[in-house]
Structure formats: C-alpha cells, structure tokens
Design a protein around this ligand. Structure first.
Ligand SMILES: [Zn+2]
Length: 175
C-alpha cells in the first residue's frame, strides 16, 4: 500500500497507440515518440473542512476505507470538473455527513501526496473554516467509521497520515 511510485514512472505505455516509447518530459509529463500524444500528471484540486464544535474542538472523520483505513481525516474530497471549491465543500459535507453548510471562510491551501492503487496521488487541499446549520443530526456515509472531535493541540499526529492536515493543524496553532 505504501510503496507508491510517481505516475510518470508508473505509466509505461502510450494510452493512444500502445508504444513503449512513452518518454518522460520533466517531472510530471510524458510524451509519445511514436504518435505525439502528451499527458501531464497535474495536481488534483480537493477541499477540506475545518468544523468546530461549541467547545472549540475540531471535527475529524475516522476513515473506514483505504487509503489510510482507521486514520483521522478532515471531511472533504476531490473537486469535480467545472465545480467551484465552495460548491465542492457544500456537496461533500452533504454527501459525507448529511449536514448543510451555513457559512465558510477560506483558510489556506495545503499540498498532499498519498498512495492509492500503487501510485502517488497529488492533491492541493483548499481548506475552509465551515459553520454548519446543525451538528446534531449528522448521518456519516459508509466510508466514515466515526466522527470525533479534538482540540487542535491535542490531536495524536500518529493518527494523521495526511501532510495537508498536519500543515493545517500547524497553521491553526499559530494563531
Ligand atoms: Zn503514442
């Protein structure tokens, strides 16, 4: 699971013509010498929500799926094509937890890399402080084992595999 390799090394054949002359161009692109097809392995945009309870504790979702099964995560996910980050936050929180966003404020962007299906996935996690209409009637989806709240300085970092969440926790504690 953790032996992830960069996509530029993993994709060995041109997906258009099947040629093995699918050559690396810089750190994140490949170009086929046979047919000219070129592909850039760009960072994916994602969103993450910082939601606090009335005591000032931060909400975490404990993951029920790979990658990072059993570890702590922030609610959020990938931004869909042609979607805004704000729309993605509202959609993800509705899908993942069944909650409705009341307001949000941009907090910062934090890069992440994680292993999935044998390769490294790179994301930029656009992170927002989010207030929801109510925390009382959350309905977590199947990929969430439990919802847990911790003060940012009390989070056990050995349970936080994500670089982006560690960076967000660090920034929260600077203030
Ligand atoms: Zn080709």
């Amino acid at each position: 699971m953790d032996s992830a390799i960069p996509p530029v090394q993993f994709f060995r054949y041109c997906p258009r013509c099947g040629s093995a002359n699918f050559n690396q161009l810089g750190d994140r692109a490949k170009k086929c010498a046979q047919c000219g097809f070129a592909y850039y392995f760009n960072t994916s945009a994602a969103v993450a929500a910082l939601i606090f309870d009335p005591q000032g504790r931060l909400m975490f979702a404990r993951r029920a799926i790979q990658p990072h099964l059993g570890m702590l995560d922030l609610p959020g996910g990938f931004i869909e094509p042609m979607e805004t980050a704000e729309e993605a936050i509202c959609r993800e929180l509705k899908e993942e937890l069944g909650v409705t966003v009341q307001s949000m404020e941009y907090f910062g962007s934090f890069p992440n890399e994680y292993p999935y299906s044998g390769i490294s996935v790179f994301t930029l996690d656009l992170t927002f402080r989010v207030t929801v209409v109510s925390l009382d009637n959350m309905v977590p989806m199947d990929d969430v084992a439990s919802i847990e709240f911790y003060y940012p300085h009390e989070v056990d970092l050995s349970e936080v595999p994500s670089n982006s969440i560690r960076l967000a926790l660090h920034k929260l504690q600077e203030k």
